[in-house]
Design a protein. Structure first.
Lengths: 427, 357
């Protein structure tokens, strides 16, 4: 099937969709209708969508199709109404890895538009919920050809299935004074270091990284990714007392008290005259005060990241929110990045060796317990990983349980005052 | 194509450094502060004193190649060819010359037809999923309902009049690809899957059994074919099996409804991130404009705008005033279905004598 084909006499018939042309917000219906004048297969797409609106029913099915050398990246769609809409018989999405931080020049955008149009329906989505660029409407050959074209032009296709998924990060140091590490560089580093896991699904289930330069988490990492990497700092935050005084002069003392001091989750700030005092050891790097007073306050200078683990949406065991795994890790030098890579490999190895089919890492940790997970990846427990200790007394103390089948129990194990060996990861 | 050598594989993420606006490249990691000049317009000031202006506009996310080219024409004229996109499908035009701001804003709003806004305490663009346009699982459309909702909310996008930012999301099945938001719309099903026993050979049966969160699916031989059966009492109509196996149809055009969830928060600012909670259920799935959804969202936003204090996100406002007051102020009924029965359920009860009377 060529994408230039069109059933003779096929005309737009979309009374319901037409109701989405009016109103002030930009209308994808208006855009696609206009575009259908030169791309006839979009007439069929809109007519099928109209039937969905009419019958409240969906007419797409999936299938599996892959670009040679890849196990993911093409989301195949076939229409149940292919007899009526032959151009939709095969109408696949190709996922393309986006530039970290979604930055583009127009040459790159035009290249994507041209490739999408040359081999498919010429519909782009910027961007998918995993962060990728989505190009829509390719038949089987078109999917192969657009992938070849894109890869000749320096792009690479994205992830799907039980694989490392395309990463997503905030704009970071490219345009934000709050970013505590280089989100774009780290995103490219992880993508490129593990590209084989992105393209050839071999995990027990999908694995998503999202990166944010600070606790504001514009990358939506804690809720939406298996491994959030979030910028933070050690030691004191930077306070410019002159700017603090200017802020008070401009906004008033009441505003400072109501919207900065009392909104601090650990109440670690106080004011003396027009001088702001910060109990830095109590600060949890939530970013609120810095958001409000971003000229006067800045993250501290000794910067790094907090790594969390285990976030995903409801299926299957209910929502899991990521929780702290590594409270602090430096992430500046090439050696730091290699440490991160080694750490990720340890996490993946234990999860993939022991996880069940279709078990996200958050579900895996829920099943085996965080303590077992920490044992498995060789990380010491740290009170910053929890909100509070357990309340249930039913515990299997390895050091205290009597041996049942021979051997001798260790005498007087000093569990209660055992010295911590410290986390293995730099802190 | 055939004479051309195979393209290189596994190239990884694009080299983003070539896509950085010159002022971004020059001041990378050396930004000092930023200000919002007016809704939709930011200025980032570097330690060097350089100023980078950003004009944020709401995009429809789904766009034709021609529309992408129109965006490029504008970026070439005003932005030295550099733009970026945000997590919530906004576009950001970047420019160094402040005198070009008005021309750029005018061109974006008039020629492209995309509204400028979405910054600070506004209602930002709606993160949304694929819907009937191109997904294999949806119970409703996404782009269409987003268009209808944002038609209603466009003035809230173009102004900054809420206590804090409002992030919305819509998802067209319960997998919820668009994830949590301050306000979120998802589809809900009300019956167990209808099994097409004659077409189960296209599915991996062990995976169909294993994916059920309620352990309601078990192997069965039906009409001499290997298939599965669903324990009706255990099934909670989530549709996990339908994602795994198209022969386990969960959707029902006559009975599927929409529900609205509130109080999700990604950021760590002030309080830890939170999941969204059920606010309104049983809303009709009513294309092409889903007016009942827009009306319900408007009621929630009106109450939040009136009651929220500076910097409180929607969920933080509700936690302060209590859910009793939330239901009073919005007028939505509180029902037994709002009481959690998940494994986390007991921790979501009011385990105290602290009650507003």
């Amino acid at each position: 099937m060529s994408n230039e084909d069109n059933s003779p006499g096929m005309t737009l018939n979309t009374p319901l969709l037409n109701e989405l042309e009016s109103g002030p917000w930009p209308s994808f219906v208006k855009d696609l209708k206009e575009y259908s004048k030169k791309r006839p297969q979009i007439v069929q797409l809109l007519n099928q969508l109209e039937e969905s609106y009419e019958n409240k029913w969906n007419y797409w099915l999936g299938k599996i199709i892959n670009v040679p050398g890849y196990g993911g990246g093409v989301i195949a769609r076939v229409s149940e109404k292919a007899d009526k809409y032959p151009a939709l018989a095969n109408f696949h999405t190709v996922r393309v890895i986006e530039p970290p931080g979604w930055v583009y020049n127009t040459q790159a955008l035009r290249n994507l538009a041209d490739s999408a149009e040359r081999h498919g329906a010429g519909i782009l989505q910027l961007h998918g919920m995993s962060g990728d660029i989505l190009l829509l409407g390719f038949d089987d050959n078109g999917s192969m050809n657009v992938a070849e074209d894109l890869m000749h032009d320096g792009w690479d296709i994205g992830g799907s299935g039980a694989a490392m998924r395309t990463l997503q990060c905030c704009v970071g140091q490219a345009r934000c004074e709050m970013a505590c590490f280089d989100t774009m560089k780290t995103t490219k580093f992880i993508t490129d270091s593990f590209i084989e896991y992105l393209h050839r699904p071999e995990f027990v289930y999908k694995f998503k990284f999202k990166l944010s330069g600070c606790g504001n988490d514009c990358g939506n990492s804690i809720v939406r990714s298996d491994m959030p990497i979030i910028g933070t700092w050690r030691g004191p935050m930077q306070v410019n007392q002159e700017k603090v005084a200017e802020f008070i002069d401009e906004k008033g003392m009441e505003y400072l008290i109501d919207n900065v001091l009392t909104r601090c989750p650990t109440r670690c700030m106080s004011v003396r005259g027009k001088e702001l005092k910060v109990e830095d050891s109590e600060c949890v790097r939530c970013m609120h005060c810095i958001n409000v007073m971003n000229k006067a306050l800045k993250p501290g200078k000794d910067r790094g990241v907090t790594i969390l683990v285990g976030g995903h949406r409801t299926l299957k065991i209910g929502d899991t929110m990521s929780s702290v795994l590594v409270p602090f890790m430096k992430l500046e030098t090439d050696e730091d990045l290699e440490n991160l890579k080694e750490f990720i490999e340890r996490v993946w190895e234990f999860w993939n060796d022991n996880g069940m089919d279709h078990e996200r890492i958050g579900e895996f940790i829920h099943r085996v317990g965080m303590a077992t997970f920490l044992d498995g990846i060789g990380l010491e427990p740290d009170p910053r990983m929890i909100l509070r200790p357990r309340t249930s007394p039913y515990i299997k103390f390895e050091e205290l349980a009597p041996t049942r089948f021979g051997g001798e129990q260790a005498q007087n194990p000093k569990v209660w005052n055992r010295e911590s060996e410290g986390p293995e990861t730099a802190d | 194509m055939s004479e051309r050598p195979m393209a290189p594989r596994d190239q990884g993420a694009p080299d983003y450094t070539q896509y950085l606006h010159p002022l971004m490249a020059k001041n990378y990691g050396k930004w000092d502060y930023h200000e919002r000049l007016r809704p939709g317009v930011l200025v980032h000031v570097a330690e060097s004193g350089d100023k980078l202006f950003t004009v944020r506009a709401g995009s429809p996310r789904t766009m034709s190649a021609d529309t992408v080219r129109k965006v490029c024409d504008i970026a070439d004229k005003y932005c030295e060819g550099f733009v970026r996109f945000t997590t919530r499908a906004n576009i950001e035009f970047l420019l160094g010359d402040e005198s070009q701001l008005d021309g750029l804003i005018n061109t974006v709003e008039q020629d492209l037809g995309w509204p400028v806004g979405g910054t600070g305490p506004s209602v930002s663009n709606i993160a949304h999923t694929q819907g009937w346009l191109h997904c294999n699982l949806p119970g409703t459309d996404a782009a269409g309902s987003v268009k209808a909702m944002m038609d209603d909310l466009i003035e809230e996008f173009k102004s900054e009049s809420f206590p804090n930012r409002v992030h919305l999301s819509t998802s067209c099945c319960q997998i919820n690809c668009a994830s949590h938001g301050d306000i979120s719309v998802i589809v809900q099903h009300h019956h167990p899957p209808r099994i097409n026993h004659d077409n189960m050979q296209i599915c991996e049966l062990p995976k169909v059994v294993a994916i059920c969160p309620a352990a309601a699916i078990r192997p069965a031989v039906v009409n001499g074919h290997e298939s599965v059966e669903v324990v009706q009492e255990k099934c909670m109509y989530c549709g996990a099996c339908h994602g795994q196996c198209p022969s386990m149809e969960i959707r029902d055009a006559n009975t599927d409804t929409l529900s609205i969830w509130v109080g999700g928060k990604m950021s760590n600012a002030r309080s830890a991130p939170t999941f969204m909670k059920l606010a309104v259920w049983g809303i009709p799935n009513n294309p092409p404009r889903w007016p009942e959804v827009s009306a319900a969202i408007r009621r929630i936003l009106t109450a939040y705008k009136e009651g929220g204090k500076d910097w409180e996100r929607l969920g933080e406002w509700i936690e302060r005033i209590g859910w009793q007051r939330f239901f009073e102020k919005t007028g939505f009924p509180f029902t037994k279905y709002h009481i959690d029965d998940s494994p986390e359920a007991l921790s979501n009860l009011n385990r105290s004598a602290m009650v507003r009377l």
